[in-house]
Ligand binder design. Structure first.
Ligand code: NAI
Ligand code: MG
Length: 398
C-alpha cells in the first residue's frame, strides 16, 4: 500500500513546536506517512493578506487529513496594521483561518475527548465523606456541532429597516424590544438546521455504540430555547428510540450540566450539544483532566476532510523562549485521534499507553503539571521542556 499523506499545518507560536514534537512521536511509534506542509496563520496574513492561502485548501482537498497546531488571531484594526506596506489600505479584512477552514470544508462534527490520566497532578479531586479525598475518573467525549448556532455569523448591530421590520413581526420582539431605538439593538442569531443537527446527534450515538458508552447526554436548554434546543431534543429522542435503543439518552440543561460536571463527572459518557454550549461544556470537562495541555480535538465533514488539533491557541508569550516549556500532550493526543480516524488504532493505542506511563511515573512533567507559573526559568526549576516530554513518551514506546 502506498504511504498516506498528511497535511501538517503548524501555524503560529507554540503550534510549531508541539507539531514538530508530535511528528517525532508518530515516527517513533511506527506510523508511516508522507508529510506535506500547509501554510496557515499570521505570517501569511501579514505577507499575503490571507491567513488561509488557496494552496493550503487545495492540499487538504487532495489529501483529506490535516494535523494542525495553532494560530494567532488579532482584532481587525490591529491585523490591518500588521500587513506589509504593499497590502495596506487595500480593504483586506482579517478573518480567522480556523473558522474559514471549518466553513470551506463544512467541518461540522467536532469531537473533544476528556479522559483522566492516572497520576496527573492536575486531575480533578473532591472531598469524600470525612477526610477522604476522591479522584473520580473522567471519561467523556463531547460532540459539538461546529458550523451553525451562535457561531453561524448571522448578526447585526443597528439592523437595517428590512431586518428590523422582520423582527418586529415577532410578538416577543415587539413586546420586549419594541420601545428600544433601533440603533441600540444588537442581534446574534442561533440557527439550527435539521440536517446538521441530525449529523451531530448520530455521530454522538455512533461513538457511544462503537466505544461502549452507556449514555448520550444532550446538554442544551430545551425548556427555554424551545425552537433550536427543542428541535435538537425531539430529534435526539427519535434517533435514540429508532436506532440506538441500547444507549440511554439523558437530557440536561447546559447551566445545570456545568454544575453536575464538577460534582459527579464520572457519571457522564458521551455529551452532545450545539456550537456554543458544546464549546463551553468541553472547556468545562477539559479543566477536570488537566486543562489546555491535555485538551485534544478532531473536526470532520461529510466530504472526508478531517482536521486534528489541540484546543489551545498559539500562546505567543511562550513561543520565543529559548527552551520551549509547553505541554505537547494535547497535540500528541490529537494525532492519536487522527490515527483512530484513519484506521491506525493499534498505533494510537501504543502512543496513549506510553503517555499514560510517563504521566503515572511522574518523573517528567511540564510546567503546567508542576503547577508552576509559565516562565522562562520553569525548566531550570525542574519542569520538563516540550522536547523532554516528547522524548520521554518516545522512550516508553519501545
Ligand atoms: P492560548 O491557548 O494560546 O493560551 C492560554 C494559556 O494557556 C497560555 O498562556 C498557557 O498558560 C496555557 N497553555 C496553552 N497551551 C498550553 C500547552 N500546550 N501547555 C501548557 N500550557 C498551555 O490562548 P490565548 O492566550 O487566549 O490566545 C493566544 C492566541 O492564540 C490568540 O491569538 C488567539 O486568538 C489564538 N487562539 C488560537 C486557537 C487555535 O488555534 N485553535 C485557539 C485559542 C486561541
Ligand atoms: Mg473554546
Amino acid at each position: 500500500m502506498s504511504k498516506r499523506t498528511i497535511v501538517t499545518m503548524p501555524g503560529d507560536g507554540i503550534g510549531k513546536v508541539v507539531l514538530e514534537e508530535t511528528i517525532k512521536v508518530l515516527n517513533a511509534a511506527g506510523f508511516e506517512a508522507n508529510y506535506v506542509n500547509g501554510d496557515i496563520g499570521w505570517d501569511f496574513w501579514c505577507k499575503e493578506g490571507n491567513p488561509l492561502p488557496e494552496r493550503t485548501l487545495k492540499l487538504l482537498e487532495e489529501h483529506k487529513i490535516g494535523l494542525f497546531g495553532a494560530i494567532t488571531s488579532k482584532p481587525k484594526e490591529e491585523a490591518a496594521n500588521e500587513l506589509v506596506p504593499e497590502l495596506q489600505n487595500k480593504g483586506l479584512v482579517y478573518s480567522s483561518p480556523i473558522v474559514g477552514m471549518r466553513q470551506y470544508f463544512n467541518l461540522d462534527i467536532c469531537v473533544r475527548p476528556c479522559k483522566t490520566y492516572k497520576g496527573n497532578p492536575l486531575n480533578f479531586v473532591r472531598r469524600g465523606i470525612g477526610t477522604e479525598i476522591e479522584e473520580p475518573e473522567v471519561d467523556v467525549v463531547i460532540f459539538r456541532q461546529n458550523t451553525e448556532g451562535l457561531y453561524g455569523g448571522v448578526e447585526w448591530s443597528n439592523p437595517n429597516e428590512q431586518v428590523y421590520n422582520a423582527f418586529m413581526t415577532h410578538p416577543k420582539f415587539k413586546q420586549n424590544f419594541g420601545d428600544v431605538p433601533k440603533e441600540e439593538i444588537s442581534i446574534s442569531t442561533r440557527i439550527f438546521t435539521k440536517n446538521a443537527t441530525e449529523r451531530i446527534l448520530r455521530a454522538a450515538f455512533e461513538h457511544a455504540r462503537k466505544y461502549g458508552y452507556k449514555s448520550v447526554t444532550l446538554a442544551e436548554k430545551p425548556n427555554v430555547i424551545r425552537e433550536t434546543s427543542g428541535m435538537m431534543y425531539r430529534m435526539a429522542k427519535q434517533i435514540q428510540k429508532n436506532d440506538y435503543p441500547e444507549i440511554e439518552l439523558w437530557n440536561t440543561n447546559i447551566d445545570a450540566q456545568m454544575m453536575w460536571l464538577t460534582k459527579n463527572p464520572e457519571t457522564y459518557g458521551v455529551i452532545v450539544a450545539g456550537n456554543m454550549f458544546g464549546d463551553i461544556v468541553s472547556d468545562g470537562f477539559a479543566g477536570l483532566i488537566g486543562g489546555l495541555g491535555f485538551a485534544c480535538s478532531a473536526q470532520w465533514s461529510e466530504s472526508g476532510v478531517a482536521v486534528f488539533e489541540p484546543t489551545h491557541g498559539s500562546a505567543p508569550k511562550y513561543a520565543d523562549y529559548e527552551v520551549s516549556i509547553v505541554n505537547p500532550i494535547a497535540m500528541i493526543e490529537s494525532a492519536c485521534m487522527m490515527l483512530d480516524y484513519i484506521g491506525e488504532a493499534e498505533i494510537s493505542k501504543k502512543i496513549r499507553k506510553a503517555v499514560a506511563e510517563v504521566i503515572s511515573e511522574g518523573k517528567i512533567r511540564t510546567y503546567d503539571m508542576m503547577k508552576m507559573r509559565g516562565a522562562p526559568d520553569a525548566v531550570k526549576n525542574g519542569a520538563a521542556s516540550t522536547q523532554e516530554m516528547a522524548q520521554a513518551i518516545i522512550a516508553k514506546l519501545n
